[in-house]
Design a protein around this ligand. Structure first.
Ligand code: HEM
Length: 535
């Protein structure tokens, strides 16, 4: 390429000469020095001491010392795969261009490469994949207009509706800073002071809080976005992925049985399905609403604690996604992948959803820290299209993303000397009119409990029984003030719901066992069989 190395990082123009006696499979240092002894460090005599100029040893060990990067502050445990998205060119029966000018949706049958990362949320990079948690469902579309990330979860709603509460929520759900153990009392302490979480708690404590694997779960954008057409007209949209493999969730007991034997079962399931050519597939649906407040609804369409009911706002198919290739290197592709809600293409836009706006700051901010300021030059994150910016330098700058033939001196704009130029408009600009006082206020239509009750009643008996059992397990060690508030919220959602949790707790009695979310208590400890020291 113009840049001296290949844009996809393979360095294909680098000189591949070899020194005498060297072959293609000869081990070298990163400096290109052939390594003649990889078993013995250099020492004074064969019993040491070692000397400090051992270049090969020091390069090897000091690189090893730096192998880990900070893991994601949330969603640290995950698995990824490559594939493609194929558009139907239509949304339901209508041409998709009526609502959006995004090229990714144009032309029935057109395929766009994607990379997907599935994840759990709370615990670290190698935590069990059977834990009660929402699951992340993040999709990067490498479109002809540049990248589009749809950073979603398996569930359609969220615990909170205002981004300012997110760090507190995650602190409460993560391990206690003193004991380093997740504690359901912290979880319910937060939720009992955040009534808007009642609907999400109802999902997460049911089998929907433990999807059986990544292939058999839905996905949802959760937050409300916009579509913008050529005329600059917008609508509100929500996105949903529906698995062709069907949906499968686990009861707490089923999860415990799997976890006893395998704490990587979801990663294994995804990898093996793709290796065996059994490619998982999802259909993408959207729900569309006109771009206004919708006073006729009993909830706010920008409130991510609410489902947009299917019977009022239909799911319209727009395309499908197939995952057909495993990553070749977990770290390079899955760990370094960086998704963000700010990554939209022309024809897609943000809504005023306050969570979405907060998220949009957070993702690229954390990635500049977690991966580094040039994270977008890494092959997994770089768009698969022309990139030309005047951004320069920074840690680990790998190439200069200038245009072919661009005057290399001109790293600014505007210029008459051969620099980059602005693009022509792609359609009429979308210019929403916004006015109001700046305030710190929650939305008017909070309606925190109605949909939680509807979800409770929509569960089948197995789901409802598991939900009650898990809530009783999780609430038993909590202080009465927390139990009482949660029972009040469940009762407001549905009388039977509140009554069953209250009765379960009365029967169970208060326990001191502060454990993870909803896990059944272990009563016995296993005695150590014998001392393993050699005596
Ligand atoms: C990951 C922030 C809400 C889905 C992350 C990360 C941060 C973050 C900092 C780590 C990103 C990285 O290191 O690359 C926030 C904030 C939120 C919020 C501040 C609320 C204000 C949500 C919601 C969803 C969601 C509502 C679901 C729609 C995800 C997913 C990932 C993630 C799927 C993992 C992406 C991956 O696989 O790399 N979030 N998040 N987040 N978040 Fe959120």
């Amino acid at each position: 390429t113009e840049n001296g190395t290949s844009v996809n990082g393979e360095g294909d123009t680098l000189d591949k000469r070899m020194t005498e006696g060297e072959h293609e499979d000869t081990l070298t240092t990163r400096q290109g020095h052939p390594v003649q002894d990889n078993q013995n460090i250099r020492t004074v005599g064969n019993r040491g001491p070692a000397t400090l100029e051992n270049y090969h040893f020091i390069e090897k060990i000091s690189h090893f010392d730096r192998e880990r990067i900070p893991e994601r502050v949330v969603h640290a445990r995950g698995a990824g795969a490559h594939g493609y998205f194929e558009t139907y060119g239509k949304v339901g029966d209508e041409p998709v261009s009526k609502y959006t000018r995004a090229k990714v949706f144009e032309g029935a049958g057109k395929q766009t490469p994607v990379f997907v990362r599935f994840s759990s949320v709370i615990h670290g990079g190698h935590s069990p994949e059977t834990l009660r948690d929402p699951r992340g469902f993040a999709v990067k579309f490498y479109t002809e207009d540049g990248n589009w990330d749809l950073v979603g979860n398996n569930l359609k709603i969220f615990f909170i509706r205002d981004a300012i509460k997110f760090p507190d929520m995650i602190h409460a759900f993560k391990p206690d800073p003193v004991t380093n153990r997740q504690d359901s009392e912290r979880f319910f302490d937060f939720c009992s002071n955040s009534p808007e979480a009642t609907h999400m708690v109802t999902f997460v404590y049911s089998p929907w809080g433990i999807p059986a694997n990544y292939r058999q779960m839905q996905g949802s954008g959760v937050n409300t976005y916009k579509w913008v057409n050529k005329e600059g007209k917008a609508v509100l949209v929500k996105y949903h992925w529906e698995p062709k493999q069907g949906i499968k969730n686990l009861t707490q007991q089923e999860a415990e049985e799997i976890q006893a034997k395998n704490f990587n079962h979801a990663t294994q399931d995804l990898y093996e399905a793709i290796e065996n050519g059994d490619y998982p597939e999802w259909e993408l649906f959207v729900q569309i609403l006109s771009d206004d407040d919708h006073p006729e609804l009993d909830f706010d369409p920008l409130d991510d604690t609410k489902i947009w009911p299917k019977d009022q706002i239909p799911w319209l198919p727009v395309g499908k996604m197939v995952l057909n290739k495993n990553p070749e290197n977990y770290f390079a592709e899955v760990e370094q992948a960086a998704f963000g809600t700010g990554v939209l293409v022309d024809g897609l836009d943000f809504s005023d959803d306050k969570m979405l706006q907060g998220r949009t700051f957070s993702y690229s901010d954390t990635q500049r820290y977690r991966v580094g300021p040039n994270y977008l030059q890494l092959p997994i994150n770089a768009p698969k299209k022309h990139v030309a910016t005047n951004q320069r330098d920074g840690q680990m700058a790998y190439y200069v993303d200038k245009a072919p033939g661009q005057n290399p001196h001109i790293n600014y704009e505007p210029s008459s000397l051969g620099g980059l130029k602005e693009a022509p408009p792609s359609g009429k600009e979308y210019t929403p009119h916004i006015e109001g006082n700046l305030v710190h206020e929650k939305i008017d239509r909070t309606n925190d409990f109605k949909q939680a009750g509807e979800t409770y009643r929509a569960f089948d008996d197995v789901e409802r029984d598991d939900l009650i059992r898990n809530l009783v397990d999780g609430l038993a060690p909590c202080k009465p003030i927390i139990q009482e508030k949660m029972i009040e919220y469940f009762t407001k959602a549905d009388e039977d719901y509140g009554r069953r949790v209250a009765e379960g707790l009365k029967k169970r009695g208060n326990t001191d066992h502060h454990g993870p979310l909803g896990a059944t208590e272990t009563k016995e400890t296993v005695e150590k069989a014998k001392d393993m020291g050699h005596d």
